[in-house]
Ligand binder design. Structure first.
Ligand code: FPP
Length: 264
């Protein structure tokens, strides 16, 4: 294990001063893409890209706290990532275990609350208890909420919610006519969490890849060219600055247009 593997996860307490932004999005989702290309550019094995990706994740958590983000959702392993070579899948499982084992105490002492979304059923048997422990230990924390999407697929999540509602309806516990957006949302793994305001994807790719498709219905998207292992606080700030320039209308007509209309 290298020194960087054992380095503190957050170290936020040691930041000289906070660079909290008044207009920071409450919830940021990150699609951490480009580990493989980062490694290929250096003629390194793909795993090295993922390992360096964990270091970038630590920087991202630190930056989120420092910039005043309240919820950070990271796409660590998608339901479709099982199609990768076996040794890469094994490597990613190992990195998750190591991340929880090495960084849990540090995240906890920095008041981070951990929540896991995704299907835990198909995971190796030693991972489930670790994930539960991370959630239990940090349950009372009131700082950053770090949501780890692991073995997560948005379509699968929506199907699960629909199935749960259908079962309730079939059993006579629920009137299908009463199903609405709010009721549906309560059946999603993100129940109780605000929708992401901003979704960042690194590596220049511009797609959602089954990441929070329901929840991101009105998110702003920022695509950065940086490969994930090189992501740092300045990348995060760049994304927040771009977000700050957006006007969110949620299907309405926007504040400026509304003011114009009221004045005329
Ligand atoms: C996408 O890059 C990245 C992933 C599929 C895994 C993301 C995982 C990490 C950042 C580290 C693991 C963190 C935890 C907590 C387990 P890619 O491999 O698809 O890159 P490429 O498109 O350049 O090949």
């Amino acid at each position: 294990m290298s020194d960087s593997d054992t380095r503190s996860a957050v170290e936020a307490k040691t930041e000289p001063q906070s660079s909290r932004r008044a207009d920071a999005p409450a919830h940021v989702g990150i699609i951490m893409d480009g580990n493989g290309r980062w490694a290929a550019q250096r003629s390194l094995p793909r795993f090295e890209g993922h390992r360096r990706g964990v270091e970038a994740l630590r920087r991202a958590v630190r930056a989120a706290i420092d910039l005043g983000v309240r919820y950070l959702t990271i796409y660590s392993f998608s339901a479709e990532n099982w199609t990768r070579p076996k040794d890469e899948v094994r490597g990613l499982m190992g990195l998750l275990k190591r991340f929880i084992r090495n960084d849990l105490a540090d995240l906890h002492s920095n008041n981070v609350r951990i929540r896991i979304i995704g299907d835990r059923e198909r995971l190796p048997s030693d991972i489930g208890p670790l994930l539960t422990e991370a959630e239990e230990v940090t349950r009372g924390n009131r700082g950053l909420v770090l949501i780890i999407a692991f073995n997560y697929g948005g379509r699968q999540e929506i199907v699960e919610a629909a199935r749960a509602l259908a079962l309730d309806a079939a059993a006579g516990r629920l009137d299908p006519a009463a199903i609405d957006v709010a009721m549906f949302e309560r059946r999603l793994s993100t129940a109780g969490l605000p929708d992401p305001d901003l979704v960042i994807r690194t590596s220049g790719e511009q797609r959602l890849s089954n990441f929070l498709p329901w929840q991101a219905a009105y998110s702003e998207f920022v695509f950065l060219s940086v490969l994930w292992p090189d992501f740092d606080k300045s990348s995060f700030e760049e994304a927040l600055a771009e977000y700050g320039r957006r006007e969110r209308r949620f299907g309405g007509i926007g504040v400026a247009t509304l003011a114009q209309k009221t004045a005329s």
